[in-house]
Design a protein around this ligand. Structure first.
Ligand SMILES: NC(=O)c1ccc[n+]([C@@H]2O[C@H](COP(=O)([O-])OP(=O)(O)OC[C@H]3O[C@@H](n4cnc5c(N)ncnc54)[C@H](OP(=O)(O)O)[C@@H]3O)[C@@H](O)[C@H]2O)c1
Length: 331
């Protein structure tokens, strides 16, 4: 039986968070702290923790591949929020180690404590055949379900998330700010988007629910039916008060670039972002999701559609002297 607990309440205990040195987890750590929660974060020994300085979070050295550190992370927690994951790689094994086995390990560590558990999955989990990343996100959800037992669990499936601190979508928006944008998706494709603070608000709403909810939920910024590339460019053009030239990148060229990027990454010994699987994700025509189930379950409503999100992220449309493509807030 779950009772109504609020952050100021001594019973509230600790929220364990993974991925706090990353884009979404970092934003979430800030939001959790400003809402008054005690936060314990898992940080890898070599991670750059500069963004966590002064936040007042308890840092625990460990790794998703180290079961003992996960045990310490979740000890006596009220909730576990699992934001760590890998979006770069080539082979299923590279993704599964973190996105599947990591989820299973963390859930296994948590289950005896019976916190409520939130997994940051991805809308990509809806299309597991597209890429090893997408498959790993779906299998991560399945691993959580298999381990959860009586523990209430939620998996959120956001579409592309953007905001201060983002490293994936931001370069594309910055190109738009300069008046030119490579269009990587297929003509006619539609996709939902989500501003990072709306995602954080959904997580807080889940945390503040009196009852532990369980289920898989999609969520987006409230722009029903998603965006087309034309709509995104039109919004950016208005904010920047300039024409933005679209340069469609043919699928064949993207595939060639992806092949090249994989070969170079092998030589360099790093995990690439642009891969054949990523190209199939980018060319997928339908990344539109809906908020019906999550709004009912969590009474969450998004606040920030794209124009406002770009204003907040890049300072666009805020008058002269501002918005020259700089990021006004740090992640
Ligand atoms: N960004 C999006 O648009 C988006 C959309 C949908 C879903 N998601 C999901 O959201 C999650 C976070 O994405 P993000 O964009 O914030 O990614 P990110 O910026 O790359 O951050 C990833 C985080 O995971 C941590 N991590 C990776 N491997 C780890 C391991 N073995 N042990 C412990 N921590 C590990 C990283 O730590 P280090 O600092 O040590 O590397 C970092 O804190 C991912 O699961 C992703 O699938 C993202």
């Amino acid at each position: 039986m779950w009772v109504d607990i609020h952050p100021g309440d001594a019973r509230a205990g600790v929220v364990a968070l993974t991925g706090a040195t990353g884009f979404i987890g970092g934003r979430l750590a800030r939001r959790l702290r400003s809402a008054g929660w005690q936060v314990r974060v898992l940080v890898r020994p070599a991670a750059n923790t500069a963004s966590l300085a002064g936040l007042g979070v308890q840092q625990l050295k460990g790794d998703l591949e180290d079961q003992e550190s996960l045990q310490r992370l979740v000890a006596d927690t009220y909730a576990v929020i699992h934001c760590a994951g890998t979006v770069r790689g080539v082979t299923p094994a590279q993704f599964n180690r973190i996105n599947v086995e990591g989820v299973a390990r963390l859930a296994r560590a948590a289950v005896s404590q019976r916190p409520r558990f939130l997994l940051l999955s991805s809308l990509a989990a809806r299309e597991p055949g597209l890429s090893p990343y997408a498959a790993s996100k779906q299998q991560g959800e399945q691993a959580l379900v298999a381990e959860a037992g009586e523990m209430p669990w939620v998996a959120l499936r956001p579409p592309a998330v953007y905001g201060p601190g983002d490293r994936e979508l931001l370069p594309l928006f910055q190109w738009m700010g300069r008046g030119i944008v490579p269009v990587l998706g297929s003509v006619g494709a539609r996709f939902s988007l989500l501003y990072v603070d709306d995602l954080a608000a959904a997580v807080l709403q889940w945390l503040h629910q009196p009852q532990g909810v369980s289920g898989i939920f999609e969520l987006h910024d409230g722009h029903a039916g998603g965006y087309s590339w034309d709509e995104v460019v039109a919004i950016a053009s208005v904010l920047r008060a300039r024409h933005i030239r679209r340069v469609p990148i043919p699928a064949l060229l993207l595939r060639l670039l992806a092949g090249l990027s994989v070969s170079i990454s092998r030589l360099g010994g790093y995990a690439p972002m642009l891969t054949p699987g990523k190209v199939r994700e980018l060319r997928h025509p339908d990344w539109v999701c809906d908020n019906v189930a999550i709004s009912r379950a969590l009474a969450w409503t998004p606040q920030v559609e794209l124009a406002e999100g770009l204003r907040r992220t890049l300072g666009w449309g805020e008058g002269k002297g501002k918005g020259k493509g700089q990021v006004p807030e740090s992640g």
